[in-house]
Structure formats: C-alpha cells, structure tokens
Design a protein around this ligand. Sequence first.
Ligand code: SAH
Length: 243
Amino acid sequence: MTFAATIITLYPEMFPGPLGVSLAGRAREEGAWSLETVQLRDFAADKHRTVDDTPAGGGAGMVLKVDVLGRAIDHALALHPDCPVLAMTPRGKPITQERIRELAGGPGVTILCGRFEGFDERIFEGRAVEQVSVGDIVLSGGEPAALMVLDACIRLLPGVMGATESGHEESFEEGLLEYPHYTRPVDWEGRTIPEVLRSGDHAKIAAWRKLRAEEDTRLRRPDLWERHRGARDRPASGARREK
Ligand code: SAH
C-alpha cells in the first residue's frame, strides 16, 4: 500500500526537497509513499489570486483567508477522503512519536502549511483539522514542519528501513531517550569506549543500556521521565501496582 502525502502550500517547490534523497527518496521511487502538492493560491477567488488579508483587530502581518483554506482542504479531502488533515502551527499539540506511528500505519496524511501570521481560526471550527506543532520554536512557514512530520512517518513505512532493527529500541519508543552509542576507534584523543560495551557480555550490556536510557531521560528530560514513571506505576487497569 502506498502512503499518500498531500501538502497544501504556497511553495510546492519546497517538496520533496530533502525527502527526495536517501532513504525517503528511494522509498518514494519504490512506491512506499507518494507525494502530491496542492498550490493554495489556486483556490483564491479574485483575479489577483489573493490568499491573505490584514488581521481583524489590527496588528502586524497577514492572515491566511478562511475561504481559500476551506476550498483547498475540500479539494485535498476529495482526493484522499480517508487521510487525516494536519495543520502546522506553533499553537498546535506537540507532535509525538506515538502519533507519528499511528499516522504511518494509516493511508496517508494531508498537511496544511501556514505562512505569515498563520490561519484564520475559523478553519479549525469549520473543518476537521488537527493542529500540530513540531516544537516550541517559531518557523517562518509550515513547510519545514511538514517535511519533519513526513520524514518521521516515511522511515516507519513497511520495508523502508530494511533489515535494520532501528525503530524498535529507539528514543521515545519506550517513553525514554535511547542509550548513547559508540563505535571504533576504541581510543579517541584519550577517550575510550565504555568497558562494558567491549565485554561481549550481552546481559551486562543490556543492563548498562537500560540504566543509561533511564538516567539520561531523568536528567535531560524530566518531563518524559515523569510520564514514563507514571505509566509504569499506573497499569492500564487503573489499579495501582502492589509494591
Ligand atoms: N503568528 C504565529 C506564528 C506564525 S509562523 C504564532 O505566533 O503562533 C508562520 C507559519 O509557520 C505558521 O502558520 C505555521 O504553519 C508554521 N510554523 C511556525 N512554527 C511552527 C511550529 N513550531 N510548528 C509547526 N508549524 C510552525
């Protein structure tokens, strides 16, 4: 099955961009995913092909017009009625690996890229659109955010990562950061690879990796660590585990 990516944007030339090379590029050639861009400007109603207007209430910048957005979304929905529509916005819910995994398991995704000050808010009332943020940063447009979300989905599509086992023991998959990696040379400027990783003792190696994953998560990402501990201490039944 081909994962159908549809991007609504004022800059279709930004796609596939980095997703045209390496893993994602090859996967597209092999038909694991397809890409379609929809030019937002094609849905403007006037002869100047206007897509934005000044913000109600005043202030700097321009706002993407709701009628234009509505027509573009309806067009994309007609092409792929089963694909969820995601709008890229710093006001959205931060994307997670869990959501990426769900998306990658589905028929595809339609991504709406903002520009200027963003979208007329009424589009989120009038259409079933999921507002997604890629982090607490402000980009100049939704396109790099769309590329991020797509990249994360594509690498999970069946066959794309080939024989590697990556994708299982990775950061976030267990709610933890991944343990750190090392490779040859054994000695670099006097810094060596941890002894345990050279011991050949697989049980000891697994224990060391688990410990580092937990320690690093606790120190670097207290937010993830709290959630991980909460999930561990609260079994799905809701009953508290006996200590
Ligand atoms: N005025 C807006 C920012 C607009 S940035 C605000 O302060 O919330 C212009 C466009 O870039 C947005 O419409 C959105 O599509 C995209 N963008 C910027 N930061 C983003 C982020 N963290 N995640 C997803 N999209 C983002």
